[in-house]
Design a binder for this molecule. Structure first.
Ligand SMILES: Nc1ncnc2c1ncn2[C@@H]1O[C@H](COP(=O)(O)OP(=O)(O)O)[C@@H](O)[C@H]1O
Ligand SMILES: [Mg+2]
Length: 324
């Protein structure tokens, strides 16, 4: 029997209406994927590809237009009462800008105490003990952080406090949206290592959202390449980045201006491609694809190919069984 995934995203769609004319923006277009227990899954895509929208739906901050999100097999929109509070405890978010995640008029102690009180009913000296332990776990000296206002801390310190806030309540899944993009290079690696340790030592699952391939390469077990709201390729990190199948993934890797050997075997690769309008139907990568042919005016579903999933008509022989 195949073990149940921790989180299952099924045919997720989010359409925004924007402006006076109510123009429709399909931010997320039939996206399906699983997050397994104890893995780091990277969701990679350029700006505007729908990453934050997916994160907000998983965190229950935004309702999908259609599709389902199942946590341990349960539809997250059907959870109520105690079960819903458990969901909010077990699934925690960390966002890009720590300064906007904290209220500037309160000392950082307050949201930490509130998290423990609201989600676990822990208060007083027991709460403080857990807070101090958790701050130490993310590399902070509690005495340098507690009693301070957000602006009195550096971006790196405050992002660690924000990770500590997520960790206080023993989450099973962290959804981290560009958690290091505002930090300097050395702090980035320290913060990424906190996530790697959480996976390795505590079995926490992490959905790591970003646009920098090198960071995902450094830390993730699997990678999903998102383009304009649709998954182009998904698989184990080494397979996707080492032998990409989709023309878009290949383009991303080939367009790297330079590869610096950093952090041991890992290389620095940036995801940096300009955005152009796309045909309404068909493959979203059609107008930029060097291999486009007549079939590509129809949207390719995500199908299984070798050890990964791919949405591309170049692999039409594998299209006998759709999986998405
Ligand atoms: N609240 C909103 N209202 C209208 N459009 C939105 C809203 N949020 C996001 N979008 C649009 O949805 C698309 C995906 O946005 P987003 O999920 O933020 O992408 P990413 O995080 O990958 O940069 C973009 O075109 C963005 O402009
Ligand atoms: Mg975003």
């Amino acid at each position: 029997m195949v073990a149940q995934a921790l989180l299952e995203v099924r045919n997720l769609v989010k359409v925004f209406k924007s402006g006076m004319m109510g123009r429709e923006i399909v931010a997320v277009d039939r996206v399906s994927f699983n997050i397994e227990e104890g893995e780091i899954l990277s969701l990679l895509g350029e700006s505007g590809s729908g990453k934050t929208t997916i994160a907000r739906m998983i965190l229950r901050l935004l309702k999908p237009t259609s599709g389902d999100i199942l946590y341990k097999g349960r539809n997250i929109w059907k959870l109520k009462g105690r079960e819903l509070i458990e969901y909010y405890r077990q699934v925690q978010g960390v966002f890009q800008d720590p300064y906007s995640s904290f209220n500037p008029i309160h000392k950082v102690d307050r949201p930490l105490l509130q998290a423990l009180k609201n989600l676990q009913g822990i208060e007083g000296s027991e709460a403080l003990k857990i807070i101090r332990e958790t701050l130490r776990k993310v590399g902070l000296n509690p005495d340098e952080v507690l009693g301070k206002y957000p602006h009195q801390l550096s971006g790196g310190q405050l992002q660690r406090v924000s990770i500590a806030r997520a960790l206080l309540v023993n989450p099973k899944l962290l959804v981290v949206d560009e958690p290091v993009s505002m930090l300097d290079a050395s702090t980035r690696i320290d913060v990424l290592n906190i996530f790697a340790d959480l996976r390795d030592n505590e079995g926490v699952s992490i959905l790591m959202i970003g646009h920098d391939i090198s960071l995902s390469y450094y830390i993730s077990d699997r990678i999903i390449i998102l383009y304009k709201g649709s998954i182009m390729e998904e698989g184990e990190t080494d397979a996707v980045l080492g032998s990409p199948l989709h023309p878009y993934t290949k383009m991303l890797i080939e367009s790297i201006p330079r590869i610096e050997e950093k952090w041991g075997r890992k290389s620095r690769i940036r995801l940096d491609v300009d955005q152009k309008p796309t045909a309404m139907s068909g493959c979203k990568f059609l107008d930029r694809c060097p291999h486009a042919f007549n079939m590509c005016t129809r949207k390719p579903n995500l199908i299984r190919k070798d050890n990964r999933k791919i949405a591309c008509w170049l692999y039409k022989n594998n299209y006998n069984q759709d999986i998405a």
